[in-house]
Design a protein around this ligand. Structure first.
Ligand code: HEM
Length: 426
């Protein structure tokens, strides 16, 4: 998922064929809009909504052709609930390196078919299997943290979620193989180099697993993909398995790590919420409040602020008329902070979800419709296990009295200082 504006910039799709007027929006140059969005995403989007309403046309996302941002749940449902609306071509180009059979790049029946094969790996009893692995990795990670001196949590969370993906999804436990993959990621290698590393490991690995009599018991996602069969009985070929694994790797660890870092930043600056969570963890009887903490954090710090579609046909809603071909983005940060849905929209109040769970199109950290995040249940399980582990083993204090000010890093809402904390044993 994580991508850069430079990658988006390579796309040269033109929207000059659009003839119907688009909703009004800011008149600043694309460069100025980008600058404002990057440095203060909530401020910029909030001002756009104040000036122009729930739908506006802006150019702060590369390529800087006009794009309509929507934040009324009824409009979001009309766009994202319509499976015929494909992912925008510019977004596809940005993730093109995931491979041509990647679930993110496919459309229509082929896309639905892949989701059907992949979803069981992240649901039901498979989640219980992953839970044990995550807890083990989280314990080892927390035990390795420095005590009584400040450190940045975000890189630690990245290392942790990367281990989780490599073990639960790739099914790797051999330290040599783990470091083979972790090393290029650690030094920021490009996607092409990383894909080569993974392919060179995977080709021999798939053969070895196919002849493993215990394959069905392994439970990791690679093994499940090797065993999966399409409706006509055929198997997924090796090249496609590579595309799907690579997609899962790139879509999963940075997003989950960032969400974890934000959640801890929110908790450490909201004493009553942290106390209530600690009491629940110590009692060990329920995780109701923990679940709400995760949801409330993803509401206020959704990690991905936007996700888009290209209209396959003219769109007509009560408030919006848009021509086919328009690129429409759900402004996730605006939807999640609508005052009509969330009283005190910018306050961190996990208890708001105890009685009223989020609605499908009024809480959008995972997008929506047929492209909704495939790993949402897995991400939240991971967040719950990691938070429970951290707060059982350590007392954390924020280094700064101030919460981190959200900034955009590429398409990710990031804490610029990595959430610096001081840990002591509990
Ligand atoms: C807190 C962590 C995460 C967040 C906030 C997040 C968010 C998102 C969002 C916004 C989308 C686009 C949905 C749309 O356009 O409607 C998406 C897609 C996707 N995510 Fe996640 N994600 C997270 C974790 C994960 C994890 C852990 C995995 C895999 C294990 C994953 C796999 C995917 C895949 C495969 C897609 C593409 C789905 C498709 O096109 O059908 N994500 N995610």
């Amino acid at each position: 998922m994580v991508s850069t504006f430079a990658e988006y910039g390579k796309v040269s799709k033109q929207y000059s064929s659009l003839t119907l007027p688009l909703p009004p929006g800011p008149s600043e140059s694309p460069a100025e809009q980008q600058e404002q969005y990057q440095s203060d995403p909530f401020g910029y989007l909030g001002i756009c909504r104040e000036r122009f309403g729930d739908a506006f046309t802006a150019r702060h996302v590369q390529p800087t052709a006009p794009r309509v941002f929507i934040s009324d749940p009824a409009d979001v449902q009309a766009v994202f609930g319509e499976p015929a609306n494909p992912m925008a071509a510019s977004a596809k180009a940005a993730v093109g390196a995931y491979g041509e059979r990647s679930v993110i790049l496919l459309e229509g029946e082929e896309h639905i078919e892949r989701r059907r094969l992949m979803l069981p790996a992240f649901h039901g009893e498979k989640l219980t299997f992953h839970e044990l692995t995550i807890a083990e990795i989280a314990n080892a990670e927390v035990e390795s943290w420095p005590l009584e001196q400040p450190f940045a949590l975000l890189p630690r969370m990245r290392a942790l979620t990367l281990q989780v993906i490599l073990r639960s999804i790739f099914g790797v436990s051999d330290p040599d193989v783990l470091s083979l993959i972790v090393e290029p990621i650690g030094r920021g290698a490009g996607l092409t180099e990383l894909r080569e590393v993974i392919d060179s490991w995977m080709l021999g690995e798939i053969d070895a697993r196919r002849s493993d009599p215990q394959l069905a018991e392994r439970g990791d996602v690679l093994s499940m993909l090797i065993l999966a069969r399409f409706d006509d009985g055929s198997e997924i070929d090796d090249a496609e398995i590579g595309d799907q694994l690579f997609t899962l790797l790139n879509a999963s660890y940075e997003t989950t790590a960032t969400a974890l870092a934000w959640t801890i930043d929110l908790l450490l600056h909201h004493g009553p919420a942290l106390e209530r969570l600690l009491a629940e963890i110590d009692e060990g009887e329920s995780d109701d409040y923990l679940r709400c903490v995760v949801k409330e954090s993803l509401r206020l710090r959704p990690v991905l602020m936007l996700t888009g579609r290209e209209l396959a046909a003219d769109l007509e809603t009560e408030t919006l008329s848009l021509p086919a071909g328009t690129i429409v983005s759900a402004a996730i940060g605006l939807i999640n902070t609508r005052p009509d849905l969330y009283p005190e929209p910018f306050a961190f109040k996990p208890e708001r979800f105890l009685e009223n769970p989020p609605t499908t199109y009024g809480w959008l950290p995972y997008g929506g419709g047929t492209r909704r995040c495939l790993g949402a249940a897995f991400a939240e399980l991971q967040m719950r296990v990691v938070l429970r582990t951290i707060f059982s083993l350590r007392t954390l204090v924020a280094e700064s009295d101030e919460m981190e000010a959200p900034r955009m890093r590429g398409i990710t809402l990031t804490p610029p200082n990595g959430v610096r904390v001081i840990a002591t044993p509990r």
